[in-house]
Design a protein around this ligand. Structure first.
Ligand code: GSH
Length: 203
């Protein structure tokens, strides 16, 4: 199995963490969506990371679809997204908020990094960042400092996605230590666990 993408991409890291959590052996080709256009497009016509090349050559695209396959193939009764019912809905809701927060954070970053300075529209960046931080604050409100996980008393995609979104927000200059201290504390705890430690992006 070959994971295509760099772990500084929150979407790629989410897949890498999931592979590690399930104990699935894989190789990784550290390609960037912007820096390695041609190579990424050869696997994904949309030119985005992550992509996952299965052992029979089938290529899966988009972190959500890739994780759906990993849950089915390796999650069994301990899938990071429960198979059905209220638990599944609760995990998917947090994951949707956190993946949406990543989308908004990256829109803000793209506005700054992919436009000439005179064409950067600061109100759009501000709006995206408010959406990102409001979503993070909603998940912060769900975190109980006495509990090691957001939901279900175990690792789920709620915690995986909260981890990557908190990390991205911090990278974009959000003071999560002050504004989302519970999420920051959960992220620190996760960072010590093998699936998270082993997927730390290389500088
Ligand atoms: N919804 C996709 C988003 C993937 C995505 O936006 N990846 C970024 C890297 S963080 C990328 O490849 N961007 C290059 C581009 O959009 O041209 C997923 O969950 O996998």
């Amino acid at each position: 199995m070959l994971l295509i993408g760099v772990n500084r991409s929150p979407y790629t890291r989410r897949v890498a963490i999931t592979l590690q959590a399930y104990g699935v052996p894989y190789e990784q080709q550290a390609l960037s969506g912007f820096g390695n256009r041609a190579e990424v497009r050869a696997q994904n016509p949309l030119g985005r990371i992550p992509a996952l090349v299965l052992d029979d050559g089938e290529v899966l695209l988009d972190s959500g679809a890739i994780i759906d396959h990993l849950d089915e193939a390796y999650g069994r009764d301990r899938a990071l997204t429960p198979a059905a019912g209220a638990d599944r809905r609760a995990v998917l809701k947090v994951a949707a908020l956190m993946m949406g927060a990543c989308d908004k954070g990256l829109h803000a970053a793209y506005e700054r990094n992919h436009h000439p300075p005179e064409k950067v529209h600061q109100p759009w960046i501000d709006d995206c960042m408010v959406q990102m931080t409001t979503a993070l604050a909603a998940v912060e409100a769900m975190a109980d400092p006495a509990r090691p996980y957001l939901l279900l008393g175990r690792l789920t995609q709620a915690d995986v996605t909260a981890f990557i979104a908190e990390r991205l927000a911090r990278g974009l200059g959000v003071d999560t230590e002050t504004r989302m201290p519970r999420l920051r504390a959960l992220a620190k705890k996760r960072a010590e666990e093998p699936a998270f430690r082993l997927t730390e992006p290389t500088p």
